[in-house]
Write a protein that binds this ligand. Structure first.
Ligand SMILES: O=C(O)CCC(=O)C(=O)O
Ligand SMILES: [Fe+2]
Length: 221
């Protein structure tokens, strides 16, 4: 039997996935990938988020960590930022970093850093139509959303609706099923989260470019 370790197999799968993402980002500016996460990674992230407990989740705001405004008319979800202090958190960040390296090599995107948080939408919670970044006003360039909901049926609601531009009122609807990953250019695609009839878990993340000027360090860290 040929020798093949778990990690070799995983990285071959990831390589094919990263290539599909790159092609779609180049052709259409977004990519929707059901079952993008390995079942092991999807389950670890799901378990991790479930174990976090309510206390870890804070009311979400608008803007980056530093410029934070609470705004309940636009969004009602709760979030918890992910760092590398846990095994699962660091595996997640490594995977996101591998994707960053791949996209930089393949598309010359110049992605510099990545930040992400778990998000928890209770039944009825929503995030109204918005852009993740405004042209020239932010260094977030690529948005990524990963869903952590086993057994999600379309009738549970909670879709992401991704619009092609300001005029688009139809959009593309994405069911937030476990393991689905969506990426889109942050300045190009308005989008919204529709209310669901049950708890909806996800990870929202953003790849950023480096816009440091002089001695102002941006992104921080
Ligand atoms: O959870 C989603 O489907 C999208 C979340 C989102 O748009 C955001 O956090 O900016
Ligand atoms: Fe968003």
């Amino acid at each position: 039997m040929p020798h093949s370790s778990m990690s070799d197999a995983a990285s071959t799968n990831d390589h094919a996935l990263f290539e599909r993402i790159a092609v779609q980002l180049q052709q259409q500016g977004y990519s929707i990938q059901p079952n993008a996460l390995s079942p092991v990674m999807a389950d670890a992230l799901y378990q991790y988020q479930c174990a976090l407990g309510q206390d870890y989740f804070a009311e979400a705001g608008i803007g980056r960590k530093q410029k934070f405004h609470k705004n309940e008319s636009i969004r009602t979800d709760k979030v918890c930022w992910i760092d590398g202090s846990s095994e699962t958190g660091s595996q997640w960040l490594n995977w996101c970093n591998d994707l960053k390296t791949y996209l930089n090599r393949r598309l010359f995107m110049g992605l510099f850093s990545f930040e992400s948080h778990f998000a928890y939408y209770r039944p009825g919670d929503f995030y109204k139509r918005h852009y993740d970044a405004f042209k020239g006003a932010s260094n977030r360039v690529l948005s990524m959303v990963t869903y952590l909901n086993p057994d999600w049926d379309p009738e549970h609601g909670g879709e992401l609706v991704l619009y092609q531009n300001d005029e688009d009122t139809t959009g593309i609807r994405v069911t937030p099923a476990l393991g689905t990953v969506v990426l889109f250019l942050s300045e190009e695609f308005p989008h919204e989260v529709r209310p669901a009839c049950k708890n909806r878990f996800s990870i929202a993340g953003w790849y950023r470019v480096n816009t440091s000027i002089g001695n102002k360090i941006d992104p921080p860290k």
